[in-house]
Ligand binder design. Sequence first.
Ligand code: WTA
Length: 656
Amino acid sequence: MTGTSTEPADNMPATYPPSADFAATANAGEELYEQANADRLGFWAEQASRLHWSKPWSSVLDWPGNAPDSDYVAKWFVDGELNVAYNCVDRHVEEGHGDQIAIYWEGEPGDSREITYAQLRAEVCQAANYLTELGLRSGDRVAIYMPMVPEAIVAMLACARLGLTHSVVFAGFSPAALRQRVDDANAKLVITTDGQWRRGKAAPLKDGVDEALSQPGHSVEHVMVVRRCGNDVPWTDGRDLWWHDTVAKASDEHSCTGFDAEHPLFILYTSGTTGKPKGIVHTSGGYLTQTAYTHHYVFDHKPGVDVYWCTADIGWVTGHSYIVYGPLANRATQVVYEGTPNFPDEHRHWNIIEKYKVSIYYTAPTLVRTFMKWGHQIPASHDLSSIRVLGSVGEPINPEAWRWYRKHIGADSAPIVDTWWQTETGAIMMSPLPGVTAAKPGAAMAALPGISAKIVDEEGNEFERGGTEANGYLVLDEPWPAMLRGIWGNPQRYKETYWDKYSAQGWYFAGDGARYDEDGDMWVLGRVDDVMNVSGHRISTSEVESALVGHHKVAEAAVVGASDETTGQGIVAFVILKSSAGEAADSLVNELKAHVSRDISPIAKPREIHIVPELPKTRSGKIMRRLLRDVAEGRELGDTSTLVDPKVFEAISAAK
Ligand code: WTA
């Protein structure tokens, strides 16, 4: 985390109230809070009724809370049935919007496609028909390992249409990471592409699937391949299928049925404090209700008018909730971009905004800081006047970046919505509401209408709003519709991770620190556990440590997240070599970095690796990460009195 100072810079306003013009036409008004406060469940029922239900629910919520033996699994819209894909696609076509553009797709090499809702429906139906022909049935799992191509969205929606549970694996993850996820969910099908464009070059992707499946003992029956780059790919007859030979030839008529509101829509893996990534399970009715609700109010989205662009990848939850489900449920016209922000040059995002007249732009603080580094003259050379709402997600946004974002991208007038949420929460939980909230740079401000959050201490004592400004823990003290329904195959871990800490109260522990300011507004401060946040990506210290000790020359490793000006945090590793490893050399450091990158993903590659003779440990053998963080950030060392051997730092500093 960087720049948590809340002091306004000289002559800078501390708050940014909405303009009268914006407020006059805003979707949200102050009364939304009042309505939700007066009747929380009634409020959610009203939000859910904006969707199409094939069978109405009998009750809004069934929540075991902290009853003895509670499994902490909520049921929302009990007995209700809906088809998520029908809600995201068919409904809009049937209501006469078939010709509206759903997706302006912009390929990395400069190719593009415009896809209307009618076309999207045809493609989703074709995929649904072919997946049915392949023998896939409701409840089966499908892994999707694809870059940002339209077929990835079609694949997700086809799964949703058939009640197949998708597990999207970020295409930057390694074959080993893919295999772990395929095995954990017992996926029957993997959908991928021949390759992915990276800075003008076709990088292989299908090869990674082959590698992942090279060892026997997996559950995959077929691999479906979308042709994107035209590169040669190895082929396994009988198992591998080209999308263009199969899906594209299937009928584009498909009638769907509703599924239970609690039918599992997807599994998405995310890093936890310890162990393997957790498969976060999301279901259908509550998830779609809250993603659609938040997309409508937080972004002030006007269907058929706005052009919306969320720059996330579908491999992360932001892509699931704010590229696929929320926006499509709300009949958005959106930009989907395949590539990186600086290919072919640093003007790419602004060219896209100009080309499509993007009015709502949702990105991550790390990218805003990168834009700052590139210089404001780059966006200044474009017409960005279409922009009217800016969003931020993934980590706390430092006030300096917030102000830059508003001034240089938002013409000093666009409201910024700083949205706090998690893979587990499924949808936005805290954010200013544009048109209502006088936003403060760097603050997520308050829970949205219908959501309840508190700041508490270790024992669960509640902080008073506007009382102390001390740091506490963020908890969610009421269930919410898009909440996770568990960790795939591991109810025990689900309970331990999220509910045990405040089991007496039945509160969800978010793993984030937070504080109230003097006005009672909330500031989220970042993780309080061993989860790092690098460029808005969650990576656990233990994952990187286990990758490092998986290298044959490494005896022991300790990893910390050190603050980084651009990426929020950078990964710093301290490594002890095996005595057989020989002399430590720069080439070994590079080899270890490459090893982590291959084993997990380039996003997990350490910024620095220090080969050290020892690691600081407490008498009980715990690595003192706090002290290593001090070293990594170049600070004076904190209290070293609990260390077995305080002199260890002389050796570490000498090695650094
Ligand atoms: C952090 C991403 C402060 C937080 C949607 C959380 C934020 C983790 C914000 C979840 C924000 C996300 N302000 N911190 N606006 N948004 N975070 O699961 O630490 O990839 O717990 O979900 O990101 O990351 P995840």
